[in-house]
Write a protein that binds this ligand. Structure first.
Ligand code: 4NP
Length: 149
């Protein structure tokens, strides 16, 4: 199973989702992340994201931001998008029904968060990053449960 986590800049939400998911999946899974904009390409995650992950014993400091590419639609089985704008952007790049089916809203598997978005913590503070971490953990658990059942 190959899973891509997608947000806008690939420096806050999706790097955290990648880091969290990697702690939960079997070794043969491939987990990666990307952004819909290339503005932060090559950069490590936001310092606050790195610190928040570290507070939970997860090291995301070596990740580097990269934009979503067409090749991702071939490589990955699922592309989980952090919010509606990201979802719309990614799905617009899909070229057929098979590719479109791979694109999902990250929180759609969490029952009480149906259609909900993972809020962007970029303009917020450490509390916002911690709240996002908790939400991402919930989402990753729901995704794993759905995949492994
Ligand atoms: P992310 O957060 O999509 O969770 O990585 C953001 C990162 C950068 C920007 C916006 C959101 N930005 O405008 O540069």
């Amino acid at each position: 199973m190959k899973i891509l986590m997608v947000c806008l800049g690939n420096i806050c939400r999706s790097p955290l989702a990648e880091g969290i998911m990697k702690t939960k999946v079997p070794e043969n899974f491939v987990i990666d992340s990307a952004g819909t904009i290339s503005m932060h390409e090559g950069e490590h995650p936001d310092k606050r994201a790195i610190q928040t992950a570290a507070n939970h014993g997860i090291d995301i400091s070596r990740q580097r931001s990269r934009p979503v590419t067409r090749a991702d639609f071939e490589t990955f089985d699922k592309m989980y998008c952090m919010d509606i704008d990201v979802y719309a952007d990614v799905v617009s790049k899909a070229e057929n029904a098979t590719e479109r089916r791979k694109v999902a809203l990250f929180l759609e598997t969490v029952g009480d968060h149906k259609n909900a978005e993972v809020p962007d913590p970029y303009w917020g503070d450490m509390k916002d990053f911690e709240d996002v971490f908790q939400l991402l953990e919930k989402g990753c658990n729901a995704i794993i449960e759905q995949i492994l059942k």
